[in-house]
Design a protein around this ligand. Structure first.
Ligand code: GTP
Ligand code: MN
Ligand code: MN
Length: 625
C-alpha cells in the first residue's frame, strides 16, 4: 500500500520540476497534476507562485521568443499579436458535458439547434478529447496556476487550479485572477475547479506557427464538465477560450455551483453611484458582450455632483445575506476589455487603468511605441506611422482597420483610478438594482422598469442584441442573448430562469430590475442618445425609482417608463425625447411574439410558465391598443 503522494510522485517523477515544490501541495492537487502529466506529457512542470519575479521571468521569455513586444511609450506594457485565426471566443466549439442532456440544455423544439448552450455526451466528448489531449504538451512546459476567483478568504470566493502550456495565458491569468501560493493553504483538502488548457501544438510542431503563437484553430474545443467541476480547453489562446477562470469557470461552471448553493453567477458589472446628496448605491448590469459593461462600470458622469466607482466590469457573483440583502463580489482581479472605441473621451478611467503593467492583444502599434486602435485617432500625433494588428504598415486614413475589432486590453483592476475601496471586501457590496440591456437599433426605449421581480426575469429572458465581434458571428443581425448569458450558460436555461424566480422570498429585499438601451438610432442611422458619460442621467432616474419616487414614471405595456421631463437632460442640446422613448405598437407586437416563439422553440417546457404568461400579457396589451 502506497501513500497517495508516493504514487503521484512516481507518476510525475520522470518529468523535471522546473520550479516549485510538489511535495507540499494538497493531496487532491497532486492527484490532479499526476493525471495532467500522464495525459499531456509535458517536458517539465512549473508551479507558479504569483510573484513579481515570476512575471519578469515569463515576460522575458515571451519577449525573447517574439510573442510579446514591449510598448516602449509606457512602463511594463506589452503588445501581443496572435495567430489571425485565433482572435475571439469560439461558441460553435464550446460544449457542456453531463450524463443527462437536459441538465445542460433545454428541450428545444424538434429539429431546432440549441442556441442556449451546446451539449455533448460523455462518450462523444471522450472521443473528441482522446484525439487531442494525449501528448498535447510534448516538448512544452506545463505551468501550474493556483488561483482564487474573488478576494482570498471571502466566503463568496472559489478556488481553481489551471494547467497550461502557454506562458502568455499564465501572464494574463496573473492579471485576471488572484494567483498566489496562499491558495494552496486556503484549499487544504477541499475540492477545486480543475482547469486544463493546451494550445494544442506539441513539439515537433506539425502546423506553421504564425506570429510565434502556436495554436490549433482546426481542433479548438472548450469542454465543460459541471458535475466534475472540470474544464478542458484545447487549441486556442484567446482570452475567453484560454483564461479559464473567466467565462468557463466564473460563468459556466459557477452558474451550476450557484444553482446548487443558492446564489447567482452572472455576466454583470458592479458599480457604485454616489448622488450629489452623498447617498451611495450599488447596481449591477448585464449586457451582452461588447455592449457597454466596461464603459458603464467606469463611467465619467456628465452631471455635476455624481461620483462613480467601479467594483467589476464583467462578472458578478451575488448572494443574499442573512438579512435578505443581495451582496455581490467581482470574482476577477483585472479587466479584459474591448480596446476599439476606448479613449480619453469615452472611457478615461479605462485608459488610465492600462498605462502600465498591461497586455494589449491584437491592437496596432504607433511608431513611437504606443498602442493604437479605432477611436484613438485624436490621441496620437498626427500622421504617425502605425503597424496594424496584422503587422502591416498603415496610417490614419488608410483603408481597413489598425486593430482587430475584438482586440483587448488586459490590466489590473487595482490600477483603475475609480476602483471602489470595497472592491475586495470579502462580504461584497449590497445591490439595489439590476439592469439589463443590449444593442437595439430600433423600437426599444432608453430605459424602462420591471413591474415585479418575475417581470424583470421575463425582461432579462428577452434580452436581444445586434451581433458584435466578441465571438465568431458576422453581420448586424439581432440575436437573442437572454440574461446576456447565452454564450455562458452552464446548465439548462429553463432551470436557470426558475432559479432566478426562486430567489424571490418574502424576507428578501429584491433589487428592482430595469432595461436600458443606449443604441437606438434615428432615421439617419445616428444614435438618438449620446451614451457614455451621459448614461449617468439614466442611472439618476433609476436610483430615484429605487428610492420609490412614483411621480417620475408612467405605466406602459413593457413596464414603467420615465414620465416626460423626468430624466435630467440639462446641457445636452437637442434630444428627440419622443423618439427615444416611443414604444412603436407594431414593433412591440411583433417583438413580443418573436420573443415568445424563441422561448417556445428554445426553452419549451423547461421555461417557467409565468414567463410565458407575462409575455402573453404584454402582447395582449399591445393588441388592445
Ligand atoms: P465584454 O467585455 O465583451 O463583455 O463587453 P462590454 O459589455 O464590456 O462592452 P464595452 O463596454 O467594452 O463596450 C463595447 C463597445 O460599445 C465599445 O466599442 C464602446 O465604445 C461601445 N459603447 C459602450 N457604451 C456605449 C454607449 O453608451 N453608447 C454607444 N453609442 N456606444 C457605447
Ligand atoms: Mn464579457
Ligand atoms: Mn468588458
Amino acid at each position: 500500500v502506497y501513500e497517495v503522494h508516493e504514487i503521484v510522485v512516481q507518476k510525475v517523477g520522470h518529468v523535471p520540476l522546473a520550479k516549485g515544490d510538489f511535495t507540499h501541495l494538497p493531496k487532491k492537487v497532486k492527484i490532479f497534476l499526476a493525471h495532467c502529466v500522464q495525459l499531456c506529457k509535458p517536458r517539465g512542470i512549473y508551479i507558479c507562485d504569483g510573484s513579481a519575479e515570476e512575471a519578469d521571468e515569463i515576460i522575458h521569455k515571451l519577449l525573447e521568443r517574439g510573442t510579446l513586444t514591449r510598448l516602449t511609450k509606457y512602463k511594463n506594457n506589452y503588445l501581443c499579436r496572435t495567430d489571425p485565426d485565433d482572435v475571439a471566443r469560439v461558441e460553435s466549439k464550446t460544449f457542456i458535458t453531463t450524463a443527462n442532456k437536459y441538465d445542460s440544455v433545454p428541450h428545444v423544439r424538434e429539429g431546432v439547434k440549441s442556441a442556449l448552450g451546446c451539449w455533448m455526451s460523455p462518450e462523444d466528448m471522450k472521443v473528441e478529447l482522446d484525439h487531442r489531449f494525449p501528448g498535447c504538451m510534448s516538448g512544452r512546459m506545463m505551468y501550474v496556476i493556483p488561483f482564487c476567483m474573488g478576494p482570498l478568504g471571502s466566503p463568496l470566493s472559489k478556488i481553481g487550479v489551471q494547467v497550461t502550456d502557454s506562458n502568455y495565458v499564465l501572464l494574463c491569468m496573473r492579471v485576471m485572477t488572484r494567483v498566489s501560493p496562499k491558495v494552496w493553504e486556503l484549499l487544504g483538502d477541499d475540492d477545486f475547479v480543475k482547469c486544463i488548457h493546451s494550445m494544442g501544438c506539441p513539439r515537433p510542431v506539425q502546423r506553421r506557427v504564425k506570429n510565434h503563437w502556436p495554436c490549433n484553430p482546426e481542433k479548438v474545443i472548450i469542454a465543460h464538465f459541471p458535475e466534475e467541476r472540470k474544464i478542458k480547453s484545447f487549441g486556442s489562446g484567446y482570452g475567453g477560450n484560454s483564461l479559464l477562470g473567466k467565462k468557463c469557470f466564473a460563468l459556466r461552471i459557477a452558474s451550476v455551483i450557484a444553482r446548487d448553493e443558492g446564489w447567482m453567477a452572472e455576466h454583470m458589472l458592479i458599480m457604485s453611484i454616489t448622488t450629489p446628496k452623498g447617498k451611495e448605491y450599488f447596481v449591477s448590469a448585464a449586457f451582452p458582450s461588447a455592449c457597454g459593461k466596461t464603459n458603464l462600470a467606469m463611467l465619467n458622469p456628465s452631471l455635476p455632483g455624481f461620483r462613480i466607482q467601479c467594483v467589476g466590469d464583467d462578472i458578478a457573483w451575488m448572494k443574499f445575506d442573512e438579512k435578505g440583502v443581495l451582496h455581490g463580489i467581482n470574482p476577477e482581479a483585472g479587466f479584459f476589455g474591448v480596446a476599439p472605441g476606448t479613449n480619453m473621451k469615452t472611457n478615461p478611467n479605462a485608459v488610465l487603468s492600462f498605462q502600465e503593467n498591461s497586455i494589449f492583444t491584437n491592437v496596432g502599434e504607433t511608431a513611437d511605441g504606443g498602442y493604437f486602435w479605432e477611436g484613438l485617432e485624436d490621441e496620437v500625433p498626427p500622421g504617425i506611422g502605425i503597424t496594424t494588428w496584422l503587422g502591416q504598415p498603415w496610417h490614419i486614413g488608410c483603408p481597413g482597420k489598425a486593430a482587430h475589432p475584438n482586440s483587448r486590453f488586459t490590466c489590473p483592476a487595482s490600477q483603475c483610478p475609480i476602483i471602489h475601496p470595497k472592491w475586495e471586501d470579502p462580504k461584497g457590496v449590497p445591490i439595489s438594482a439590476i439592469i439589463f440591456g443590449g444593442r437595439r437599433p430600433t423600437g426599444v426605449p432608453l430605459v424602462f422598469e420591471a413591474k415585479s421581480w418575475a417581470h424583470g426575469v421575463m425582461i432579462g429572458a428577452c434580452v436581444k442584441s445586434e451581433a458584435t465581434a466578441a465571438a465568431e458571428f458576422q453581420g448586424k443581425t439581432i440575436m437573442h442573448d437572454p440574461m446576456a448569458m447565452r454564450p455562458f450558460m452552464g446548465y439548462n436555461f429553463g432551470h436557470y430562469l426558475q432559479h432566478w424566480l426562486d430567489l424571490e422570498k418574502p424576507d428578501r429585499k429584491m433589487p428592482k430590475i430595469f432595461h436600458v438601451n443606449w443604441f437606438r438610432l434615428d432615421n439617419n442611422g445616428r444614435f438618438l442618445w449620446p451614451g457614455f458619460g451621459d448614461n449617468i442621467r439614466v442611472l439618476d432616474w433609476i436610483l430615484r425609482r429605487v428610492d420609490g419616487d412614483a411621480s417620475i414614471a408612467v405605466d406602459s405595456p413593457v413596464g414603467w417608463i420615465p414620465k416626460k421631463g423626468s430624466i435630467d437632460l440639462s446641457g445636452l442640446g437637442s434630444i428627440n425625447e419622443d423618439e427615444l422613448f416611443s414604444l412603436p405598437h407594431d414593433y412591440w407586437l411583433e417583438d413580443s411574439r418573436e420573443s415568445r416563439s424563441f422561448l417556445k422553440s428554445q426553452v419549451g417546457p423547461d421555461c417557467p410558465p409565468i414567463i410565458y404568461r407575462l409575455l402573453e400579457d404584454q402582447e395582449a396589451a399591445f393588441v388592445k391598443q
